[in-house]
Ligand binder design. Structure first.
Ligand SMILES: [Zn+2]
Length: 239
């Protein structure tokens, strides 16, 4: 861009003052994608695709984060009800997701199977409201009973949309690394910082920052890039 064009862009960014349109005086080139992240419980979306969320926000995609349970019953002693919802607000803010694009339902943890139809209906509303370009959901090979429900209902509801299943090695006996989202160090750092918001879950081994960095490094090595997140392809529709 020549000097005059740079000045014009800088001026426009001054006037627009939107972090999703301009960053450091530069226009963000958005391809108009809408990314829907389906998390059975708070923190699942950040763990499975936190780096990709940060990258998509940075490139101007509209990112919608939906958690189906605030998992209050899983809170350690001493933490008040609603703690995980607050931690979710903190984490998604670190990743740059707009506050009004973060939804948290109150399905009872480990009992999603009794509300399967309600969850499907919820997904129908999300499909109609946002019309996502791509949906991130747990892997169909995820062993957790709630994750399995969300993975299966997502496939049912979004069968005409691209769907990628995210990795949670502690829940996957098998996981096919079929697709990769290339990340920069800053995206992995954002993922680590976001997960630090989950103070009530810090005893979980998978929240360890060394683990998160190592997995991103390992997935990057598979495709000769510095860092990556891997996904199973549930459905892929080329525009
Ligand atoms: Zn979960």
């Amino acid at each position: 861009m020549n000097r005059r064009a740079t000045q014009v862009v800088g001026f426009l960014c001054e006037v627009i003052r939107s972090p999703t349109v301009c960053k450091n005086g530069w226009l963000i080139m958005s391809d108009g994608r809408t990314v829907l992240v389906l998390a059975p419980h708070t923190d699942d979306g950040e763990l499975g695709c936190g780096g990709t969320i940060a990258k998509e926000v940075e490139r101007g995609s509209e990112v919608i984060y939906v958690a189906f349970s605030s998992a209050d019953r899983s809170l350690p002693e001493g933490y008040p009800k609603g703690t995980l919802k607050k931690e979710l607000t903190c984490a998604t803010k670190v990743l740059g997701v707009r506050k009004d694009h973060v939804v948290c339902y109150d399905y009872d943890v480990r009992n999603f199977h009794v509300k399967r139809q309600d969850i499907l209906d919820e997904m129908l509303r999300l499909r109609e409201e946002y019309g996502p370009t791509v949906v991130f959901a747990p892997s169909l090979n995820d062993l957790h009973q709630d994750h399995k429900i969300v993975a299966e209902e997502a496939r049912r509801m979004f069968k005409r949309t691209s769907i990628l299943g995210y990795e949670m090695p502690w829940n996957n006996i098998s996981f096919d690394t079929l697709s990769f989202s290339v990340l920069e160090k800053r995206h992995v750092d954002q993922k680590v910082e976001a997960l630090k918001c989950y103070e009530s879950q810090r005893h979980r081994a998978y929240l360890n920052s060394d683990f998160i960095n190592s997995l991103a490094l390992a997935r990057g090595v598979q495709v000769s890039v510095p860092y990556a997140e891997a996904f199973e392809v549930v459905r892929w529709i080329m525009p």
